[in-house]
Design a protein around this ligand. Structure first.
Ligand code: PMP
Length: 460
């Protein structure tokens, strides 16, 4: 019997039993049937991590159409922080849908949109006057943040970073760093996008480089290649998501933000993945006291309903002419009702505190395992992240060479045992953990045991 010394997560009510259970082979017969139908009508360009089809999702459990229960350590890519069937969100969605599902905010406005904007003005960093515009996806929020920054500054260049991910639309593909699978042969991409070196402590060529020095390195390039006077915006994920859960060295973000402020460059924090309690604070920018000019948000905001937002300085938004922003569905009333219920749930359950408790549990276990497997000479090169946005980077033992094959093998081994984990990273060698913030502690510990066994197996 092992003694649990980690901070325990208060147990929350759940509808489905919060346990892992495989009743059939994976995928089971009904999932295989659906896969055949899927292959006939859905393009292969769209891939799924799980080979099974969902039937019921609750808390930290995904039940498939064959009755198998998987532990969810992905939250649909950081979306279902409050769970995928939170009673509060479900009730709000049902009630709003019973009144009206859509009017188009640009045609007939409604209060829900205003209430979401009021919430975001309160929750985002900084006490300056703010405006919020609502959209549908993360990429759409990023597109609009760039539109606003360009118009407000009268400048065109946009700075993005190595390992960045900002979406799959044309502009956001251009902002995204990794070509395969996101960009290859999908060009031409939008002009006036410049890529700068990131602060990536584990892979820093100059290992002694501090965060401020890494920022100066990027700033020097910006000044040499673009010129501050031509730079509309810097866009950066405070913790990079798809690129590998890269936490920049301390001081990197504040130094960039300070330079942006001094030079009239709009500092855009893309908090699409890191926002809404995921990292143990409402926004990841807060960990270093950064106050972005514009923040892009989506994913965790509305308990799984499609909603995204740009919140930021009133004077930037107010530069935009009437009619310059919008979209048919942006700030859909059902999605707004879901967001209000989600934010209330986050407050009520103090999900930021839960994310920090999850960090203590996961980092404690995975750091111990990294040591057990050989420390710096072993297969786990780095354990990193904040809150419940955590990752391990797998390398060939004795080197820092990425090991995407064993990363894939570990993910597959977890899946075979009923644990869904996602991978990411420029080199495809990062296992990322994004459990729902409402996950049951026993379930999380069980999922980690399976992951640890898979990592031990892969290192043999
Ligand atoms: N920005 C970041 C930081 C993201 O992680 C993502 C999605 N993974 C996006 C933008 C794009 O969001 P969406 O898929 O909703 O367009």
């Amino acid at each position: 019997m092992s003694l649990t010394v980690s901070p325990s997560l208060p147990t929350l009510d759940a509808r489905l039993p919060q346990r892992r259970e495989l009743l059939t082979e994976v995928p089971g017969p009904r999932s295989r049937e659906l896969q055949e139908r899927r292959d006939a009508v859905v393009p292969r360009g769209l891939v799924s991590s799980l080979p099974v089809f969902a039937e019921d999702v609750d808390g930290g459990v995904i039940r498939d159409v064959d009755g198998n229960s998987f532990i969810d350590l992905g939250s649909g890519i950081a979306v279902t922080s409050v769970g995928a069937s939170s009673p509060a969100v479900a009730a709000a969605v049902g009630a709003q849908a019973g009144r009206f599902t859509h009017t188009c905010f640009m045609v007939t406005p409604y209060e829900g949109y205003i209430r979401v904007a009021e919430e975001l003005a309160r929750l985002t960093p900084g006490d300056h006057a703010k405006r919020t515009a609502l959209f549908n996806s993360g990429a759409e929020a990023v597109e609009n943040a760039v539109k606003i920054a360009r118009l407000a500054t009268g400048r065109q260049a946009v700075v993005a970073f190595d390992h960045a991910y900002h979406g799959r639309t044309n502009l956001t593909m251009g902002l995204t760093a990794k070509t395969m699978p996101y960009k290859t042969h999908f060009g031409p991409f939008a002009p006036e996008i410049y890529r700068m070196p990131m602060s990536y402590p584990y892979r820093e060529e100059n290992p002694g480089l501090t965060g401020p020095e890494a920022a100066r390195r990027a700033i020097t390039q910006i000044e040499k290649q673009i010129g501050a006077e031509s730079t509309a915006a810097i866009i950066i994920e405070p913790i990079q998501g798809e690129g590998g859960f890269i936490v920049p060295a301390e001081g990197f973000l504040p130094t960039l933000a300070a330079w942006a402020r001094e030079n009239g460059v709009v500092f855009i924090a893309d908090e699409v993945q890191a926002g809404f309690c995921r990292t143990g604070a409402w926004f990841a920018s807060e960990h270093e006291g950064v106050v972005p000019d514009l923040i892009t948000m989506a994913k965790g905001i509305a308990g799984g309903m499609p909603l995204s937002a740009v919140t930021g300085r009133a004077e930037l938004f107010d530069a935009v002419h009437p009619g310059g922003l919008g979209g048919t569905y942006g700030g859909n009333p059902v999605a707004c009702a879901a967001a209000l219920a989600t934010l209330e749930t986050m407050r009520e359950l103090d999900l930021s505190a839960r994310a920090r408790a999850i960090e203590a549990i996961v980092v404690g276990r995975l750091s111990a395992l990294a040591e057990e497997l050989g420390g710096a000479q072993g297969p786990i090169g780095d354990v990193r992240g904040r809150g419940a946005m955590l990752a391990i980077e797998l390398v060939k033992p004795g080197t820092t060479d990425p090991d995407p094959e064993s990363t894939k093998a570990v993910a597959a081994a977890c899946l075979a045992e009923g644990v869904l984990i996602l991978t990411c990273g420029t080199y495809g060698n990062v296992i990322r953990l994004l459990p729902p913030l409402v996950i049951d502690e026993q379930l999380l510990q069980d999922g980690l045991e399976v992951l640890e066994a898979a990592l031990r197996g892969a290192s043999r």
